[in-house]
Every structure is written in C-alpha cells, then in structure tokens.
Design a protein around this ligand. Sequence first.
Ligand code: HEM
Length: 324
Amino acid sequence: MLPKVLILVFLCIGWSQVEAQLRVDYYNKTCPNAESIIWEEVEEAFFRDKGIAPGLVRMHFHDCFVRGCDGSILIKTTPGNKAEEDGPPNAGTLRGFEVIDSAKARLEQECRGVVSCADILAYAARDSVFITRGLGWDVPAGRRDGRISRAEETVDIPAPFFNLNQLTQSFAKKNLSQDDMIALSGAHTIGRAHCTSFSNRLYNFDSTNRPDPTLSPLYAFILRLQCPRNPQGTVDADRVVQMNLSPATFENSYYTNVLHNGGLFTSDQTLTTSPESLAEVREYAMSNRRWLRDFAESMIKMSKIQVLTGSAGEIRVNCRVINS
Ligand code: HEM
C-alpha cells in the first residue's frame, strides 16, 4: 500500500498538470507583446469595419464547437479537403480571417513559432467584446493548433431553428450548461444575420402560410420588408439584417427584445419557453452588469473546450494552412 504522503504527492502532481494546461499570461516570457499586438490589429480593423467584432466572437464560438478551440476553423479548404469554413453554418458568413492573419504575420516576426492561431482567435474574441463596450476578461492561453478541419463536422454547431431542448443538449455535449447557453446567446446583441438564416419564420412557418406566431407581428413586418420573397418563393441569399438597433454595442437589449417576441432566430425566442430559462432572460434584461459578468465567465469556459496542449497539435506558421 502507498504511504499517505506519496498519495498526496501524486494527487498534487495530477492537479497541477490539469491546472497547467491553459494559463493566463502564458506568453509573458515567450512573447510579451502578443496581447497588445492582437489588440492593435482588432482595434484597427474595428475602426475600418465594425462588423469585424461580431465576426470574431462568432468565429471563436464556431471554432470551439468543432474539435475544440484548436483554430481548425481558420484552415482553408484544399482540393482534397473541404474544411470547416465551408460547412453549412459557416459558408460565406464568417468574418475576420484577415485580422487573425495580420496579427499572426506580426507575431511571427516578433516571436517566431510561439503564438498559436487558436490563442490569437481567443484573444481577438475577448478584444472584440471589449471594444464594443462589453467587459474584458483574462484569457487563459496555451492552446495548440489542430491539423484537421472537416466541413461535415460543423454539424456540432447548433442551428437557428433549434428549440430549447436541442440547444441545451448541443451545449451539454461541449460541457456547457443551459445557463452558459443563455448567457452566451446574448452575443446576438451585436452583428448581422443573413435573411436565409431566419426566413422560415417570415412567410410560411411550418407550412402554415403564416409567420411564426412567436415572432412579434411588427418585427415580422419589418423583417419581411428587409427580406422580401422573390417569385420563386425564396429570399435573396446575400441580404442581411442587423441583429438589433445597436449592432456594434455589447449590451443586454438582446434579452429585452426576446421578452417582447423580438428574438431573430427560433433559437433566440425559445429561451422564454421554460420557467427557468425565462427567469434567466428576465434577470439579464434587468441587469446589464450581471449579464456581462456571466457572459465573460461562460466565454472562458467555452474557450477551454477540448483544447490541445503540451506537445499535441502544432503552432501553425500560417493560420490558414497546416504546417507541412
Ligand atoms: C445558441 C445557439 C446559437 C445559434 C443557433 C446561433 C446561430 C446564429 C446564426 C444563424 C447567425 C447568423 C449568421 C448569418 O446569417 O450570417 C449568428 C450570428 C452570430 N452569432 Fe450566433 N448562434 C448561437 C450562439 C452563439 C454564441 C454562443 C455566440 C458567441 C458567444 C454567437 C455569436 C454570434 C455573433 C456575434 C453573430 C453575428 C456574426 C456577424 O455579424 O458576422 N452565437 N448566430
């Protein structure tokens, strides 16, 4: 039998290994300017185009939900491999690749082969929330980059027509709770959506020839004006609407909208369909501070999904291409 003291030593080693996986200030010694370089790139891009911020927040979420936060969403499709960026939830709707690329180019000059693309994306998502007037947070870093990216694996990303149960299950598969899901959904307070992402709710919902009854009639009217049907009965694939009245400000109006049947997707409106989820929506609608704090906490949790650390994966030289 092992002496108690040895068992304690093993437990401590085991614990420190778990804790050592990701670390705040990870690049302090190896690339001390990493965070400020990434911030400068996000800031510059944001002042050119405010849509960069929502683009980067969403890209981090979609990265983490497919094979974990390993930068696999950044890998380009090649003749032999259709990558995540071209999977159905992503194709033609992702924004912000160029910001990651320019940050990476500067980081490779500053400290070659040190900062992973997965970490750049995690920092850039945090900076995007901060620059739109949300709360910042310390990003635990030390992720390594994956070498696999497959379009078909984007089925792990929840769909806009999901109901509460489906959303909860989809997040549970990634070890995130329903509370996390509700706090994170508030990211839909910034950005835009293509009409095709919600047009099923506007004209002929569930083959009823009527709009979705859970969508406010006034909001449905406005959305129909922005997303008119063409003679074929479809909507133009290029048309977009903004998520709400202040699509570049990270504040809790998302929850107030949902309470007034103004959720853009079924997946937004469905948050009012259980007493517990409704209570959380109400709480966030009442307190921006509370929501921003919970959002930051859930983002940190999300950013740790299935990360590659230690000697797993690689540090990509070019975020869009796996190392040869
Ligand atoms: C709960 C399940 C979710 C579903 C079903 C969902 C679905 C969608 C859809 C369909 C769009 C519109 C894409 C387009 O048409 O261009 C969108 C946009 C967006 N989503 Fe989500 N999303 C979910 C959760 C999240 C989470 C957890 C985050 C981040 C933490 C997030 C951040 C965003 C942002 C910022 C945009 C705007 C992107 C832009 O402006 O380019 N979403 N989402």
